[in-house]
Design a protein around this ligand. Structure first.
Ligand code: C2E
Ligand code: MG
Ligand code: MG
Length: 733
């Protein structure tokens, strides 16, 4: 009992003197007011209480007298049956060992509620030294238990979150060692389980981060801000593969502010990064060829300029435009056009060094950026190689195609100081190359701006040429070699452009083709030639067959047959008086479709001639299959027919080939008597050229027809069959 007696202070107060200390009363006060129950019980089967303090009522709901000596209920009864055995065992083993015991269990109160209690007690021996009682204290710990339970539940919940999270969760030391990791993190980094990850990753900065400086940056942010957010880095997985991760983490500090560890989450963002990269690639690259597109091209030029400034080099911007691409694309179809562009992209890429760039600017335009150039000769060497590489024949679907391109070059710093200026100059130079006959290159000079603006002006004026009635059809006679008779004429387009005079077709047909204006213009030529021919016939002039040139773009256009039959019907002209000329190079491609189209024209009754024969890359076997009536030998073979044995041999071969296929052969560009005599000698059927007449305006052609009608027909035996035409030369253009 001594231990219960408080020590008295040496100095006492006035109050102490007034009321002497009554220890028994003090203890009773304490005992009665304790939250909990002080007890003494027997060590029997039902823990018979001999004494319980006032706290009993609050603890159990029973009054002390109801519990003492089991008056109403025994303590064993109020102990929850499930806990009784455990409680008994715990107490008895402590008593046996002579120790105090602590035991937690549940009781059922008088009101039926179950409460958790903590009992703490010690055994007491009787006068014979036998263990007879227990004295102790029982307190309600339900609230603490509930709080504990809630804590346990929270821990379980957080553990489950940690275990099952799809995000990786980690705790690491600032030095880079793992303290804890969840299964998701192990999975992200390719480890069997967190333990394997923790065992393997001993040095995060070198084993995990592809760039160790990212870890340094992570630690720096942690030190300065205590957190990192959406921190993206590349990381090695266990198998060495590389992934992208995004981390959110914070530094956890002890109360003294010292960093204990880092904790945070990791997500694998590889897919998103790949998607972003794909989108970025898409936005900056051409989908067909995979080459950089317009916007990336500008970046590349910018970068090249920065570097050239520093190293005192040149940058060359080389504009490459395929010749006649629109024709190929329109006449052979987009699938062939696409394959051709891919081929060209590959060829161009093969011409440059790794630090140069090849980009597709759009359509059939490619741009090469040459860096680290010392002088123009170096640029020129590449341009020459490029022209040669592109001009190699291209084989597609068993068909061989001739390719060529026109190239314009501008150089930094001479021609411009930014991408736009350099591209504009290279473009202008490219147009100059095209105008100089294609398949060539041109370097930019300031005078070129003039050329470009003229071309644009021409294009604009051409748009109005039809409605302003500025187009004319000239007629060039075609002569039968054997008889010297005028048997036909070729309708040749001219443009009477105000302020520019008569413009020849070579200067504007390609613009008309590129802009699509060739469709209405070509239809107008057809109608005009048919109308004129019919008018001459109605005026009683000898009937002739007029041939009209058809652009491949018209040929591909679905409405050609209808347009031809419409022109014939409108003019009231027999179909036998109309012939259509198709250029060889395009006749021979896409044979099946062209055959179908030709057949539909043949059904109308018109003749078909292959123009400029010998210049294209045709497969002769198609000639047999196509419903063709005439071959027109290109004038380039005729020009030197009398002096160049090769040309002579070619022309002889074409004549005999044509005849063996049952076709008539026409020679173009007959300028001299010697040409005519050669053709006469080798059995060419018809001829056309300045020797007889230049293309004539309709009135002159009519006069010629009239004079011939008066003269009657020349005979084949006439030693000078072409003489009547000589007089016409003065009247022609
Ligand atoms: P093409 O169909 O081969 O026409 C023959 C060209 O040779 C004509 O040039 C003609 O004037 C020229 N020529 C005729 N005889 C001689 C000669 O003895 N010596 C020389 N050096 N040349 C001669 P033109 O009229 O300038 O026409 C050029 C080309 O323009 C034509 O070549 C044809 O492909 C095209 N073309 C003309 N009119 C039309 C048209 O209405 N539609 C289409 N799509 N193309 C046309
Ligand atoms: Mg022609
Ligand atoms: Mg021709």
């Amino acid at each position: 009992m001594n231990s219960w007696v408080p020590l008295l202070p040496e100095e006492t107060t006035a109050a102490d003197n007034a009321a002497p200390l009554d220890i028994t009363r003090l203890l009773t006060t304490i005992t009665d007011n304790l939250v909990g129950m002080i007890y003494r019980c027997r060590i029997d089967a039902i823990w018979t209480m001999e004494y319980v303090s006032e706290g009993c009522h609050k603890l159990t709901g029973y009054r002390p007298d109801e519990l003492v000596f089991n008056n109403r209920v025994s303590y064993d009864e109020i102990t929850l049956p499930e806990d009784r055995e455990r409680v008994g065992l715990t107490i008895r083993s402590a008593l046996d060992a002579g120790e105090t015991f602590d035991v937690e269990y549940r009781i059922r109160r008088a009101d039926g509620r179950v409460r958790w209690v903590l009992e703490r007690g010690v055994g007491l021996r009787d006068a014979y030294g036998r263990l007879a009682w227990i004295e102790g204290f029982i307190q309600d710990i339900s609230e603490r238990m509930a709080a504990n339970e809630a804590l346990q539940e929270a821990v379980r919940r957080y553990r489950s979150l940690f275990q099952n999270a799809t995000e990786g969760i980690f705790q690491t030391t600032p030095e880079g060692r793992y303290l804890d990791a969840n299964p998701a993190l192990a999975q992200i980094y390719g480890h069997r389980d967190p333990a394997a990850l923790i065992a393997h990753l001993q040095d995060i900065s070198r084993q995990l981060y592809v760039l160790p400086e990212r870890r340094a940056e992570f630690v720096r942010l942690m030190r300065e801000q205590g957190v990192v957010r959406n921190f993206e880095s590349q990381a090695y997985r266990c198998d060495g593969s590389i992934i992208w991760i995004s981390e959110n983490a914070r530094a956890v500090k002890d109360p003294d502010g010292k960093v204990q560890f880092y904790e945070g989450t990791v997500i694998d963002i590889t897919e998103r990064k790949q998607h972003e990269a794909a989108l970025e690639h898409q936005a900056s690259h051409d989908s067909l060829t995979g080459l950089p597109n317009r916007s990336l091209l500008r970046d590349r030029i910018d970068q090249a300029i920065v570097k050239a400034k520093r190293d005192n080099h040149l940058v060359a911007v080389v504009f490459v435009d395929l010749d006649h691409f629109k024709l190929i694309n329109d006449s052979l179809g987009h699938h062939v056009g696409d394959r051709l562009l891919l081929e060209v992209a590959t060829r161009l890429a093969g011409c440059v060094r790794t630090h140069d760039s090849v980009a597709r600017q759009g359509g059939d335009e490619f741009v090469i950026v040459l860096t680290e150039q010392h002088d123009e000769n170096e640029v020129l060497a590449l341009v020459s190689r490029l022209l040669e590489v592109i001009s190699q024949p291209w084989v597609d679907g068993g068909q061989e195609y001739g390719l060529s391109c026109s190239v314009g070059v501008s150089c930094y710093p001479r021609d411009g100081s930014n991408p736009d200026e350099l591209l504009r100059c290279a473009d202008a130079a490219m147009y100059k190359a095209k105008a100089s006959g294609r398949s060539t290159y041109h370097f930019y000079t300031p005078e070129l701006n003039q050329v470009i603006s003229e071309r644009l002006e021409l294009e604009n004026s051409l748009r109005h040429a039809l409605e302003r009635n500025e187009l004319r059809v000239y007629y060039q006679p075609r002569i039968e070699v054997a008889s010297g008779r005028l048997v036909g004429a070729e309708a040749l387009l001219r443009w009477d452009c105000p302020g520019r005079g008569l413009i020849p077709p070579d200067s504007f047909i390609s613009i008309a083709e590129e802009t699509g204006l060739i469709i209405p213009i070509g239809q107008w030529v057809l109608q005009e030639a048919c109308r004129q021919n019919s008018a001459w016939q109605q005026a009683g002039l000898p009937p002739i067959c007029i041939s009209v040139n058809i652009s491949p773009i018209q040929f591909r256009h679905a409405g050609l047959a209808m347009s031809v039959s419409g022109a014939l019907a409108q003019a009231g002209l027999p179909a036998s008086c109309l012939e259509l000329e198709l250029t060889e190079s395009f006749v021979m491609h896409d044979a099946e479709r062209i055959n179908v189209c030709m057949q539909s024209l043949k059904v109308l009754g018109v003749d078909i001639a292959v123009d400029d024969f010998g210049t294209g890359y045709s497969s002769l076997s198609y000639l047999k299959r196509f419903p063709v009536d005439r071959l027109k030998i290109d004038k380039s073979f005729v020009r030197d027919i009398d002096i160049d044995p090769d040309d002579a041999a070619i022309v002889r071969a074409i004549i005999s080939l044509g005849h063996s296929l049952g076709l008539k052969v026409v020679a173009e560009g007959v300028e001299e008597r010697a040409h005519m005599e050669f053709l006469h000698k080798h059995g060419c059927d018809e001829m056309q050229g300045y020797y007889f007449s230049r293309p004539l305006p309709p009135a002159d052609m009519e006069a010629l027809l009239r004079s011939l009608a008066g003269d009657g027909c020349r005979s084949a035996q006439d030693p000078h069959p072409a003489d009547p035409f000589l007089c016409m030369k003065e009247n022609s253009e």
